[in-house]
Design a protein around this ligand. Structure first.
Ligand code: ZN
Length: 183
């Protein structure tokens, strides 16, 4: 396994639309090795999630973790909102280090994807997990959270810790998660 270098904002790989992974490739040894490396990289960089383009591979694969649950891989994921309801929350990103910004995301989504073995996956996500999945899947389309953030909400991490969110969340908007997470 290997810890991969994370591309930072400004690297063109983060702005490309990533390619789907062909089904026949998924069970191959190089792809499985890549999944191991993506996971190890997420853990090593203490991320909540990591998308393949963030480690310079422009393919539609993400890994993420929610609290104590097992890390989950999504290959060729698609997201469908279940309601149009949006929820604002602060996000960070390993590709945009030391910054936080407030982003509105769908509160409740359906996710369709393949797992890392190529088996179809379908599940619903609500709140914080839904936010993580939307953030990671945006990376597959060359979108960074700062593209969607309210510009007046952006804050460097030390200032965010010192002064709090520049634009406070209404209690109903809170995803009830600490804001140290980067993905
Ligand atoms: Zn990110």
């Amino acid at each position: 396994m290997a810890v991969l270098h994370v591309a930072r904002m400004g690297n063109p790989v983060l702005r490309k639309v990533a390619e789907p992974v062909p089904r026949e490739v998924i069970r191959s040894r190089p792809f499985q090795q890549f999944c191991d490396d993506l996971l190890e990289s997420m853990l090593e960089h203490d991320g909540t999630g990591l998308a393949a383009p963030q480690v310079h591979e422009s393919v539609r694969v993400v890994v993420f973790r929610v609290e104590d649950g097992d890390p989950m891989f999504l290959v060729n994921p698609t997201i469908t909102p279940i309601t149009e309801e949006l929820r604002a929350g602060y996000e960070g990103c390993l590709s945009v280090p030391n910054l936080r910004g407030k982003v509105e995301r769908w509160l409740h989504i359906r996710v369709d994807a393949l797992d890392r073995q190529g088996k179809p996956l379908a599940f619903e996500a609500h709140g914080w997990p839904a936010r993580i999945v939307q953030h990671e899947c945006d990376h597959l389309d060359g979108v960074l959270y700062v593209d969607r953030a309210d510009p007046r909400s952006l804050a460097f991490l030390p200032e965010f810790r010192r002064f709090g969110p520049p634009i406070p969340l209404a209690p109903s908007e809170s995803d009830d998660e600490d804001d140290e997470d980067e993905s």
